[in-house]
Design a protein around this ligand. Structure first.
Ligand code: DQA
Length: 152
């Protein structure tokens, strides 16, 4: 079975009530369910973990690295300054896809425009709300299982 580690960084635990005008009203639970349902149609398994702590995200990566085929990550604000998280991701040999609910390049704060974690990802999906996660999962499928038929 193909196992994907889905990582959600700081403050994504409160999705749904966190600045809904930017991040939408969909909760993290709903996003994880949507990912699980899509993945299970392919016979894939999702392990989803959220943490507000960079070290805990790194611990999760280290403890799963032998049994995952890919990583889907929204690092939250760690995207912009999480050097330890970036190093942990860089140490992985499996493909990483980074996703963001908002378009980080179009945000008012200039510090959001650059992603240091994205530098070690295969690609970034940014700006499509909860759909960014599903698009990112589709992208991972294209990388891991390029012979698979297109999504129905
Ligand atoms: C975010 C964008 C980040 O700049 C922000 O710190 C987040 C969420 C997004 O999904 O749009 O926490 O990663």
């Amino acid at each position: 079975m193909t196992t994907i580690l889905v990582l959600h960084g700081p403050n994504l635990s409160i999705l749904g009530r966190r600045q809904p005008e930017i991040y939408g009203t969909t909760t993290l639970e709903t996003i994880d369910e949507a990912l699980r349902s899509r993945a299970s149609a392919w016979g894939w398994e999702i392990i989803a973990v959220q943490s507000n702590h960079e070290g805990a995200l790194i611990d999760t990566i280290e403890s799963h690295y032998e049994r995952i085929e890919g990583v889907l990550i929204n690092p939250g604000a760690l995207t912009h300054y999480g050097l330890s998280l970036r190093d942990a991701l860089a140490a992985l040999t499996v493909p990483i896809v980074e996703v963001h609910l908002s378009n980080i390049h179009a945000r008012a704060e200039e510090w959001r425009h650059h992603s240091i974690t994205g530098e070690v990802a295969k690609g970034i999906v940014s700006g499509f709300g909860w759909r960014s996660y599903l698009l990112g999962l589709d992208a991972l499928r294209g990388i891991i299982d390029p012979g698979a038929s297109p999504p129905a």
